[in-house]
Design a protein around this ligand. Sequence first.
Ligand SMILES: Cc1cc2nc3c(=O)[nH]c(=O)nc-3n(C[C@H](O)[C@H](O)[C@H](O)COP(=O)(O)OP(=O)(O)OC[C@H]3O[C@@H](n4cnc5c(N)ncnc54)[C@H](O)[C@@H]3O)c2cc1C
Ligand SMILES: NC(=O)c1ccc[n+]([C@@H]2O[C@H](COP(=O)([O-])OP(=O)(O)OC[C@H]3O[C@@H](n4cnc5c(N)ncnc54)[C@H](OP(=O)(O)O)[C@@H]3O)[C@@H](O)[C@H]2O)c1
Length: 381
Amino acid sequence: MTEAAKYTRNHPYHALVRVNQRLTGPESEKETIHVELALEDGMTYTPGDAVGIIATNREAQVASVLQALGFTGDEPVEDHYKNQISLLEALTAHLGIGKLARGSVNQYAKLCGDNLPAGLAALLGPENKALAEEYVWGREFIDLITEFPGVITEPQQLFVVLQRLQPRMYSIASSQAAHPGEVHTTVRVVRYTAHGLDRQGVASGHLGERAPVGATLPIYLHENKAFRLPEDTDAPVIMIGPGTGIAPFRAFLEHRQALGHKGDNWLFFGEQRSVSDYLYKDQFLAMHADGLLTRLHTAFSRDQHNKVYVQDRMRENAAELFAWLERGAYFYVCGDASRMAKDVELALLDVIANGSNSTPDHAAEYLAAMKKQKRYQRDVY
Ligand SMILES: Cc1cc2nc3c(=O)[nH]c(=O)nc-3n(C[C@H](O)[C@H](O)[C@H](O)COP(=O)(O)OP(=O)(O)OC[C@H]3O[C@@H](n4cnc5c(N)ncnc54)[C@H](O)[C@@H]3O)c2cc1C
Ligand SMILES: NC(=O)c1ccc[n+]([C@@H]2O[C@H](COP(=O)([O-])OP(=O)(O)OC[C@H]3O[C@@H](n4cnc5c(N)ncnc54)[C@H](OP(=O)(O)O)[C@@H]3O)[C@@H](O)[C@H]2O)c1
């Protein structure tokens, strides 16, 4: 067993926070941060891997749940492994009191027995799935127990109603060849207002608000063999990383730079505004100036009236992009799975079809062959 593997979600390493700084400017609509954590000797990772963060719920959020339920927090409960802990610890570190799951609504309703409120009954069953989805969107456990109070009578019932608090994954943004003993991440802090309350994501909120320099964070390293630089260090790579999708490409580039790998590198980065959202700008410009980044294209979607996205930059540079593919380039995509990754794939298919002067079917076969050769890799979430 390697040293790194000895730390898991159930047995995490308590990493010291060395750096926690905002990357986005004050004018930005987003709060994206750069976090550097110290690792123990022997904990190793490869660019492309992720780090699992074991976050805790906010003190104020836990307090409001305790208050709404009429408990003190001192009540003993059994955790998922039947160990006795206090209710306060359970709500802080073991139970998901953040975003509400439909399953929790169902379990909560079961506890009502004959006293099921009509408003809750209306959210049950497959026929009401859409309504239930709409109800849970933007709501947390506190909303459910405030709207339908008096259901939880025993603290242990919370382990039936609530899901286990899960670790969150963050793509590693550093290379150990450049930063021995450290792991870096790029995190967008999730904050929003919904149903009259200010909310924040559990893990990104923890990193954004409760992980100052000098604090410790329980973490573990998570291997991702499906997202790797080419073994051939001379092979060209094309990286599409809008938003926090940039993280693994900073790791790739630092790695190739530190080890003197000769392959060409082409980065496409996209964000809202150049003035406030150009993540790692100085580092990428320096890499471009010294030739490590052969090509660098940015797409700032809100710098002009019409949206410009990374796939628009791909299309503008289609001939050159296809020439790189023909030279055996590896093509990587990281970031938003819901829209960006699909649109980038469509643009890539267009680039291939136009470049090879062929049909969409041929482009699909070309892409399938790239996948088979592990030359098309995605890390999307
Ligand atoms: C392999 C992998 C790599 C990843 N890498 C990164 C990375 O490098 N950087 C990064 O920042 N993230 C990354 N993520 C995402 C990350 O793991 C978390 O999912 C993200 O930070 C949110 O977690 P959270 O605990 O802060 O928020 P949660 O507590 O999970 O809350 C998020 C939820 O809040 C709700 N929500 C959010 N906004 C709104 C809104 N406006 N209105 C209503 N509801 C809303 C949604 O239900 C959403 O799912 C990665 C994920 C994976 C799987
Ligand atoms: N689960 C969560 O709560 C959570 C938390 C953090 C991040 N994430 C996810 O992490 C990913 C990165 O988030 P992020 O805020 O760093 O960046 P992002 O939302 O991906 O935005 C980065 C850039 O991509 C642009 N964009 C929007 N739609 C696009 C499309 N179809 N194709 C190409 N580009 C597009 C955005 O433009 P415009 O905004 O101007 O349209 C912006 O300029 C997203 O999947 C995000 O949802 C999820």
